[in-house]
Design a protein around this ligand. Structure first.
Ligand code: GUN
Length: 292
């Protein structure tokens, strides 16, 4: 069988960001509105610092206003809640993103619940999660699953009816909303997780496989149904033979998957860039709603 197609998330994301930037420009010209995204980082987690920096850069490149808020690791929950309240009340801010994970002494659910659901561009607020689960229109969809669905549709077309989908991972950020989106698209959806009895066997039935567990190269080639579309959300840093040198790998053994699947996202350059592009899209949508 021929090798699978590599799904170029980087290219797709660039196109999406360019379309968002164009819309931002006309929103400014026609309504005098500049969308604004506030990103809040508590503490100095190195990976989070990298993510926050690239979100700020993408925001500026889209022509939107970027507001960067840093709190020290020892900031209290009350300080974070007060900052969120200020951002909720600020008309220049259309989107609020609190970077996760938060330090352990802060209750994540309470912090996310404090964000105005209309400004919740991550789609993590219970109102948005609940709307998605209940199929109520108008929910903000979490950025990573939204980006994954766009890539699946780019490969398989818009009609996913009756396809068997397996989502590995049940996080609120990716696994659960991903399963909801695929269900809404009329797929037959299974969620696998650490207590699933035979993940390999579940995988072998899936036409669409989304891996979001954070276990380097967990999914092997012989787990994959021939011709399946494989979306790899994993971003795992692993050490290499060279001392001190690391590399990024996904949750899927990429080279093995390429021999069996019909299309596979690479890591890096697959899902990652889509997350940021969808954040720009969600922020633009929030600004459009605010502008009426
Ligand atoms: N941490 C890892 N992924 C995400 C994300 O999509 N949004 C936020 N806020 N934090 C994260």
């Amino acid at each position: 069988m021929a090798e699978a197609r590599i799904i170029d998330g980087k290219q797709f994301a660039l196109g999406l960001r360019a379309r968002v930037a164009k819309k931002v420009w006309s929103l400014k010209r026609d309504f005098g509105v500049t969308p604004g995204l506030a990103v809040v980082l508590v503490g100095e987690d190195p990976a989070s610092q990298v993510y926050v920096r690239s979100k700020g850069k993408a925001t500026q490149e889209a022509g939107m206003a970027s507001f960067d808020h840093r709190l020290p690791a020892e900031a209290t929950e009350q300080q974070l809640l007060e900052l969120i309240e200020r951002l909720n009340a600020d008309p220049a801010v259309n989107g609020i993103l609190v970077q996760l994970p938060l330090p352990k002494h802060i209750d994540t659910a309470r912090a996310l619940a404090a964000i105005d659901p209309a400004k919740d561009v991550d789609g993590f607020h219970v109102v948005n999660a609940g709307k998605l689960a209940a199929g109520i229109p108008g929910a903000t969809i979490p950025c990573t699953p939204l980006g994954c669905l766009m890539l699946v549709r780019d490969v398989m077309g818009r009609n996913l009816r009756g396809r068997r989908a397996l989502v590995i991972g049940r996080s609120n950020i990716v696994g659960k909303p991903m399963a909801q989106l695929l269900l809404q698209a009329d797929c037959t959806v299974t969620i696998a997780h650490s207590r699933t009895v035979d993940i390999a066997e579940e995988c072998r039935r899936a036409d669409i496989l989304v891996a979001a567990v954070g276990r380097p190269e967990l999914v092997r080639g012989d787990w994959i149904k021939p011709g399946a579309v494989v979306i790899d959300v994993g971003m795992n840093r692993v050490s290499t033979a060279e001392p001190g040198k690391t590399r990024l790998v996904g949750d899927v053994a990429f080279e093995e998957a390429m021999q069996v699947a019909s299309a596979v996202t690479p890591v890096p350059g697959g899902v990652g860039p889509m997350t940021i592009a969808c954040l720009m899209l969600n922020t633009l949508a929030s600004a459009c709603r605010a502008a009426g």
